[in-house]
Design a protein around this ligand. Structure first.
Ligand SMILES: *[C@@H]1O[C@H](CO)[C@@H](O)[C@H](O)[C@H]1NC(C)=O
Ligand SMILES: *[C@@H]1O[C@H](CO)[C@@H](O)[C@H](O)[C@H]1NC(C)=O
Ligand SMILES: *[C@@H]1O[C@H](CO)[C@@H](O)[C@H](O)[C@H]1NC(C)=O
Ligand SMILES: *[C@@H]1O[C@H](CO)[C@@H](O)[C@H](O)[C@H]1NC(C)=O
Ligand SMILES: *[C@@H]1O[C@H](CO)[C@@H](O)[C@H](O)[C@H]1NC(C)=O
Ligand SMILES: *[C@@H]1O[C@H](CO)[C@@H](O)[C@H](O)[C@H]1NC(C)=O
Ligand SMILES: [Zn+2]
Length: 666
C-alpha cells in the first residue's frame, strides 16, 4: 500500500461535522473522503441503466487536509442485496475492473476563503463502472472501503414497478417556474367573475387529480431547471446545472456517471416515438435533459449532438433522435461557434431523415410520417404578449433562424408546435405510442426579469395549449389512452397582493406617494383585464385578457429581486430591471419603468434578475394512472409514476432494441 496514514490528520478529519460547508461544498453528495455515486438513499427503476463512480479524496490543504494529499488507489467496493452475500462490483455486474483515474480539483471552504483566494486543493483517485443495471426490486447496500479501515455505505432501493403498459401515450406539460400563485393570477387576468363566481376557468382547473411535488436538489434546497428536469425525467435527484448524471469532481463535465432517461428507456424497451417542444432555445435545460448527460448545462452544442447522435465516448443507450423537435435556439444549428464541432446541424438532422422547418407556415405543412426538426428563431421564442399584442417589438430583433441579419416574423406559438408534434408522434408512434414533453419556458424567463405580464401571458398560452391538446386527442380518438401530466420544475416567489391605480400612481412624483396608489384588501377591486378595451380587439380568443392595459392593474411582486423600479402595469417591450454599475454589481436600471418607485434588492448584488424559490409545485393529471398523482411527493416520483404507467420496468435484461422488434406487451 502507498498509503501513509497520519494519526493527527485522522483526528482532524473525524472532528469535522457533515454540514460544515453550506455555501460551497467539496462534492455535494459526499460529506466524507470516500464518495459513492449514485450516493446513499437513491431509488432505481428495475432495469434502468446507470454508471457507478467511486472517488477517494485526499485534501492537500485546508481544514480537511489528509494523508499529505495522497489518495488511496487500492480502494475496494462491494454490493449486497437484502442480506445476500456481498460481491465485488465487477463480479456482481459482470463487468471488467476499470482502471484507476486520477485528478486534482479545488474548492472554497467559505466566503472568507473566496475573498482571500485560498482554495483548498484535493487530489482524487477514482474508478467508473459504466452502463450497469439492477433488475430485482429490493434494497442494495454498496460499501466502499478505503484508507485501511474507512468505509462509506450507500443504500439503494430498486422499486417494485410495473412491466405492463397502462397508458399508450404520455404528454408532459412543464410550465417552467410555474407555481400555484401564478396559476391563480393568470386565472384572474383571463377569466371573468360576477359577484364572486368565475364564469369560465382554466383548462388546468378541470383536471381531475392534483398533487404537489417537492423540487429541491440532491445537495441544495433551491434547484435550477437542469437539475429538476433531470429528476423528473430519470427518477434520480441531481445537482444545479447537471442533467442525466450524478455530478462528480473530475475536470471533464461530460464524463460524470449517467442515469437513463424516460425517453431512452421508452425507446429501448417499447420503441415508442418521442418529441420535445419548447418556447426556449431547444438546447435549454428542460427540453435537452430528455437526452442530456452532463453536469454542465451550458454545453449546448454537445447536448444537441447527444440528442441526435447519442452520448459520445461512452457506450450508452441512444434513441435515434426525437421524432418531433420544435423550439428556438438556431445558435446550435447554424454552423459556427455555437454548434457541435462547428457543424451545420440543420444538415446533420436532414442527413438522418428529418424534414427541417424554419417558420410557422413551413411547420404546419410538414408531413406527419417523417421525423421533424423546427427551429424558428435564435435564442428563446419571443413571448406570447409580444407575438400577439406588442408586435412592433418583434421587428427590432435580429433572430432569423437561418442566420440572416433580419427578424424572425413567421413564428409559431406553443399551441401550433404542440399540436403539430402530436400529429407527427401519433402517426410515427403507431401502436407503440409516444411521449411528448411540451414546455412553456418563458413563464420562468420572464419571472426572472420581474416581467409578470409576459410570464402570465405565457402561462395562459400554456393553458390554451392544454385545452387544445385535449380536443386534439379527442379528435384522434386517443384521449382515453393518453396520460396528461401538467407540472413545473420549480417556482419563483411571486404573488399578487392587490391592484394599482396607474392613473393615480403616475400623477405622483414621490416614491412614497406612489405606493399609496396600491389598493389592498377591499380596495383591490376586481379584474379589469376581462373587460373589453373600447375600440380594441386583440383577437386572441376566450382564454386571454380582453384588455392588457387597464387603469387598475395587478399589484404583484416576487420575494427575490435585484434593485429595480416598480410601476406595475404592462410594458410594451420586455423588462431589464437592473444593470451593472461602475463596480460591476447590479443597480436599478434607470430606463426600466422610469416612473416607478425604487425597490431595493433582496439578492446578492451580483444578481441581475430574480431567482428560483423553494415552493412545492403543482402536478395536474388526467388519463390512465391519474389517481397515482394525488398527494405530496418528491419530483423524482413524477418519473416513477410515469414510468409505472408506461410499464418501463424490466425484471431482467430483455432489451430488444427500439427498432420495431419489441416483444413486450403494447
Ligand atoms: C492550498 O494550496 C494552494 C497551492 O497549491 C494555494 O493556492 C491555496 O491558497 C492553499 N489553500 C489553503 C486553504 O491553504
Ligand atoms: C443487456 O443485454 C444486451 C444484449 O445482450 C447487452 O448488450 C447489454 O449490455 C445488457 N445490459 C446490461 C445493463 O447488462
Ligand atoms: C470525446 O473524447 C475526445 C478525445 O478524448 C475529446 O476530444 C472529446 O471532447 C470527447 N467528446 C465529448 C463529447 O466528451
Ligand atoms: C418559410 O420557410 C419556407 C421553406 O423553407 C420558405 O420557402 C418560405 O419563404 C418561408 N416563409 C417566410 C415567411 O419566411
Ligand atoms: C444588419 O442590418 C442592419 C440594417 O438592416 C445593419 O445596420 C447592421 O449593420 C447589420 N448587421 C450585420 C452584422 O450585418
Ligand atoms: C438601493 O438601490 C439603489 C439603486 O440601485 C442603490 O443605489 C442603493 O445602494 C441601494 N441600497 C441598498 C441598501 O442596497
Ligand atoms: Zn429559471
Amino acid at each position: 500500500m502507498l498509503l501513509r496514514l497520519n494519526a493527527v490528520a485522522l483526528c482532524l478529519a473525524a472532528s469535522l461535522s457533515v454540514g460544515s460547508a453550506q455555501t460551497f461544498r467539496r462534492l455535494g453528495t459526499c460529506p466524507t473522503l470516500g464518495c459513492v455515486l449514485p450516493p446513499d438513499q437513491q431509488d432505481f427503476l428495475p432495469g434502468q441503466e446507470f454508471d457507478i463512480r467511486f472517488e477517494i479524496h485526499a485534501p492537500k490543504n485546508g481544514s480537511e487536509a489528509f494523508n499529505d494529499g495522497v489518495p488511496d488507489e487500492e480502494f475496494t467496493a462491494t454490493i449486497a442485496k437484502d442480506g445476500e452475500q456481498a460481491k465485488s462490483i465487477a463480479d456482481f455486474f459482470k463487468v471488467e475492473e476499470p482502471k484507476v483515474e486520477k485528478w486534482t480539483f479545488s474548492w472554497y471552504e467559505d466566503l472568507f476563503a473566496q475573498d482571500a483566494k485560498t482554495p483548498s486543493v484535493v487530489n482524487v483517485a477514482s474508478k467508473a463502472y459504466r452502463r450497469v443495471a439492477l433488475y430485482e426490486p429490493g434494497t442494495y447496500t454498496v460499501t466502499l472501503n478505503y484508507y485501511s479501515g474507512k468505509t462509506t455505505t450507500a443504500t439503494w432501493t430498486v422499486r417494485p414497478l410495473a412491466t405492463q403498459k397502462k397508458a399508450k401515450n404520455v404528454i408532459f406539460f412543464i410550465g417552467d417556474g410555474m407555481t400555484t400563485n401564478m396559476i391563480t393570477a393568470a386565472r384572474l387576468l383571463a377569466h371573468k367573475t360576477i359577484n364572486g363566481k368565475y364564469q369560465t376557468t382554466l383548462a388546468m382547473d378541470k383536471f381531475p387529480v392534483l398533487g404537489h411535488q417537492m423540487s429541491h436538489s440532491i445537495d441544495s434546497f433551491i434547484t435550477d431547471s437542469a437539475n429538476s428536469a433531470s429528476a423528473l425525467y430519470t427518477g434520480h435527484k441531481s445537482t444545479v446545472n447537471a442533467m442525466g448524471v450524478y455530478a462528480d469532481s473530475s475536470p471533464d463535465p461530460m464524463d460524470d456517471p449517467k442515469v437513463e432517461t424516460i425517453v431512452e428507456l421508452l425507446h429501448r424497451i417499447w420503441g415508442s416515438a418521442w418529441g420535445a417542444v419548447s418556447t426556449a432555445f431547444i438546447a435549454d435545460a428542460t427540453p435537452i435533459a430528455l437526452t442530456g448527460h452532463t453536469r454542465l448545462r451550458a454545453r449546448y452544442g454537445d447536448l444537441i449532438n447527444q440528442a441526435l447522435n447519442g452520448v459520445q465516448n461512452y457506450s450508452w443507450t441512444r434513441t435515434d433522435g426525437p421524432d418531433a423537435y420544435f423550439g428556438g435556439g438556431a445558435e446550435q444549428f447554424i454552423p459556427g461557434s455555437g454548434s457541435y464541432q462547428g457543424k451545420d446541424f440543420y444538415a446533420e438532422f436532414a442527413k438522418k431523415g428529418y424534414s427541417v422547418s424554419l417558420n410557422k407556415t413551413s411547420l404546419l405543412g410538414l408531413p406527419n410520417n417523417q421525423k421533424a426538426l423546427g427551429i424558428f428563431c435564435r435564442s428563446n421564442l419571443p413571448v406570447w404578449l409580444d407575438r400577439n399584442i406588442f408586435k412592433d417589438y418583434l421587428s427590432t430583433l435580429t433572430n432569423d433562424p437561418s442566420g440572416a441579419n433580419r427578424s424572425a416574423t413567421d413564428l409559431p406559438g406553443l399551441k401550433e408546435m404542440t399540436l403539430k408534434a402530436i400529429d407527427i408522434l401519433h402517426e410515427r408512434g403507431g401502436k407503440k405510442g409516444f411521449f411528448l414533453m411540451s414546455e412553456a419556458a418563458s413563464i420562468d424567463k420572464q419571472m426572472h426579469s420581474l416581467d409578470y405580464d409576459r410570464a402570465l401571458g405565457d402561462l395562459l398560452e400554456l393553458d390554451d395549449t392544454i385545452g387544445a391538446t385535449i380536443e386534439k386527442l379527442k379528435s384522434l380518438g386517443i384521449l382515453e389512452d393518453t396520460l396528461i401530466v401538467v407540472s413545473a420544475d420549480h417556482g419563483h416567489g411571486f404573488d399578487v397582493f392587490g391592484s394599482s391605480d396607474t392613473k393615480y400612481f403616475n400623477a405622483q412624483t414621490d416614491d412614497r406617494a406612489k405606493r399609496n396608489a396600491i389598493g389592498v384588501y377591499e380596495q383591490s377591486g376586481l379584474s379589469q383585464y376581462t373587460e373589453p378595451k373600447p375600440g380594441v380587439s386583440y383577437g386572441t380568443g376566450a382564454n386571454f385578457p380582453l384588455n392588457w392595459d387597464p387603469r387598475y392593474v395587478l399589484a404583484a411582486g416576487a420575494g427575490a429581486n435585484p434593485d429595480h423600479r416598480e410601476s406595475y402595469g404592462v410594458d410594451k417591450t420586455p423588462r431589464t430591471p437592473a444593470r451593472t454599475g461602475a463596480d460591476g454589481s447590479y443597480y436599478v436600471n434607470p430606463a426600466d419603468q422610469p416612473n416607478g418607485f425604487v425597490v431595493n434588492g433582496t439578492l446578492p448584488t451580483s444578481e441581475s434578475q430574480g431567482v428560483h424559490s423553494l415552493t412545492d409545485v403543482p402536478v395536474y393529471a388526467m388519463g390512465p394512472c391519474q389517481a397515482d398523482f394525488g398527494g405530496t411527493y418528491s419530483n423524482i416520483d413524477v418519473f416513477y409514476k410515469m414510468a409505472n404507467c408506461l410499464g418501463l420496468a424490466q425484471p431482467k435484461n430483455i432489451t430488444h432494441g427500439g427498432h420495431g422488434n419489441c416483444k413486450r406487451h403494447e
